[in-house]
Design a protein. Sequence first.
Length: 516
Amino acid sequence: MNLISRYSWLTRRRLVAAGAGGAVTAVLVAVALIAACQGDAAPASTSTPTPTAAPTPTPVPRTPGPTQPPPKTSWRLVFREYTESEDIIWSALPEDPAQREEMARIPHRKGYGINASLSPDGELLAYLSLPESAASIESSQADLYVLDLAPDNPDAQNEPVKMAGGLDMTFTPLWSPDSRLLYMRRLQGPEFLAAQISIMRLKVPRKDDPSPTPSPQPTPTPTPSPVPPGETPGPPPPSPEAAEYVLKDSIAHVLSFAPIGWADDGKSIVFIQVQGGTDSLSFAAEYMPATTEAIEEVLKFAVEAQKKADEENAEMVREAIAKNEPVPAVTVTPQPTPSPSAKFVVEMAQQIVSAFELSPDARRISYLQQEFVDGEIRTQAYVADLVEGTAAPLPSKGLSPGHHLRPAWHPDGLVTVGVLPSSGGAGIVALIAPDGSEVAYLPQPESGFDEPRSWAPDGSWLALAHHSRNSLVEQGEESLMLVARTGQRVTVQEGPGSASEESVIGWMRAEEAEGE
């Protein structure tokens, strides 16, 4: 097995566990090492979507410091402070992170932090924690807990509620828009190639839930993963467990499912699927019903269909009695219901992609893929259009050649991407329109490089990871920072683990904004 083949095999194993971009930095380090070893080796043959012609952008000069007062915002950054035996969840004012409030302290297994997700309404925290019995982070043995951040009695000791076990620790739980459903990932099986990968859905009890109806209601049946063009559908997955399985397949066929957000139809979830087998293929797909409203529509249809069937049978009995005929034996045939479906949307790459993120309008996906350019393997930012069904590199005219680092969407529809120049020197962060019509820059650090994490919903501040050195191999010290387009750079926390993918949990509205 040559070096490139071995790297591809190891990368595939790691990305299956990492899901939505969790292993990006590790992959980039491996890429840099391989590039140094390969020299002028010929690149592997891959098919890359042909980029569409785009107007030449006019770069906006990078400013060395603040040009205006820091932006005011009604949003607070929610982040994790890691310690060896517990994590502290904070919310902080972006313009002055020292003004922070402690939201929770969560004990965890020594040396292993939690992987948390804030509900859209800011009231619940779902998190994965590794129990003492788990073999490793990649063992899919994590426990899921939900913690109420807004209890009825603030003085009461609020305890997290365990919701499920045996889950993939590397996939961050994904909330539905109404904060009532959680999507998780599970890997299970005796060995890697014989394992099953699945996406599970769990309903989270809320204080304002309506009283349950006494009559049982049918549940949608799970569906296999979407089948790429030219392939034969496999057998249906097994019956759902207590937590409903919505997608399930063999690792030998599907390396990874990664739900990333919600389609603009209000009913479907958008997910990335990476095919297994001899040739890797990454594509975007949609599954429905995925939201509370869509699920209720399916259940309502099934109940009404059964009611109609019961009425037709009753009418047959009444007619037989009126005609003094024997009452026919009635066999109730289950009525068809709209079954859940997963549909192929767009091919992203004939390789494993990473660091994917859905745009605010749910029409595009940004992501990273590897390319062999000028004798080195680089990561290139791409954008897939879910409406047009196309994928193309993010326009990079005016940018220095180099590695692209974790794209993140600005609320205005610009793609924010870090760039570490191959020629050396400090990295930059650029905001680029997908059609190439606009390019702007955030304040550049004096040294080191930045990796975008996420924008505040109003576009005021960007949370990012800053590394003190200009190398993917030797990244130096790291820190979690907030940067504004007006020039401010403020430090939130420093030290090992301070700016990992798990450190930025989300954004929530400040108390003064909630009272308006």
